[in-house]
Design a protein around this ligand. Sequence first.
Ligand SMILES: [Zn+2]
Ligand SMILES: [Zn+2]
Length: 340
Amino acid sequence: MKAAVWNGPYDLSIKDVQVPTPSREEVLIKTKVVGICGSDLEIYNGRFKQSTPPMIIGHEGGGVVHAVGAGVSAVKEGDSVIVECVLYCGKCTFCKQGRVNLCVNGGVIGMIGAQGEYAEYFVVPERNCHILPEEISWPEAGLIDTLSCPVYAISKMNVPLDSTVAVFGPGPAGLFFCALAKMRGALKVYLVGTRENRLKFGPQYGADILINVRQENAVDIIREDTEGKGVDIVIEAAGSEKALNEGLRVLKKGGLFLLYGVFGGGPVSVDIQSIQMYEFTVFGSSSVNYPPAIKLIKRGAVRVKDLITHTFTLEELPEAFSSGVIEKRLDNYMKGVVLF
Ligand SMILES: [Zn+2]
Ligand SMILES: [Zn+2]
């Protein structure tokens, strides 16, 4: 079968590899879609140190069950499924607490310790499969993972009914955070970014005020609009040092700060004193929650379709990475999916 193999920084190529065989509790999937994630880019350019080449990358995929191991009972041949990327042992202390993304023996499909999904077929544990409802098309299914991460993060947060929220980073995840914060009860959402073509999606996802930091000062605008107090919640979904520090400067005393963006490039400089002085609660989030994300898309509560600006075939993927379309977000790139 054909697969996109990452051979090292800036080196992705299509190779002929063996179709994997599912073990007892595994499922072989004939790939239909894989969403292209910001983390794929971090792996591609060598910034994500937990990934080691050569490996097949891709972790936001789904397809049709092609074969199942002898012990599989949850899915059968012919089922359409979307696959959760977190791998875990089910036995360690973290797994027993339900915190499977922290599993000491775990991994992530296509990222850490397991082959990925940019391939004609891939193998995953049966428990990672979720049945895809008929109402969700394959291209849309490529965004379930992208929604499932903000869903997981927001479900760990208290968003009071009259709260104010500032979201930094108007990528797909940032937009989903705007929508979910509104659903949870936020009264006013500020969306902060650098690209007009991304910010313009904001109102559709519940953002009330759009701030383009290339032209405006986010700290001044948010502080002034909140009568100097700042917002109750800041969500950093940009993975940018500037956004991180501006976020800390617009957070209300005693406020909640979610670190969601990926800072793959190494340590960044943070105004740590503000966290101590104003008693901020800062927390990280890096897992998924698929069932609610699937339901939200199925019922049209969160629209994902409009965000798909690019579709590629597997063969086109290396070029999509090397040409800068994904990395430099050329051609108003928002979210790409690979269709099979
Ligand atoms: Zn992802
Ligand atoms: Zn475990």
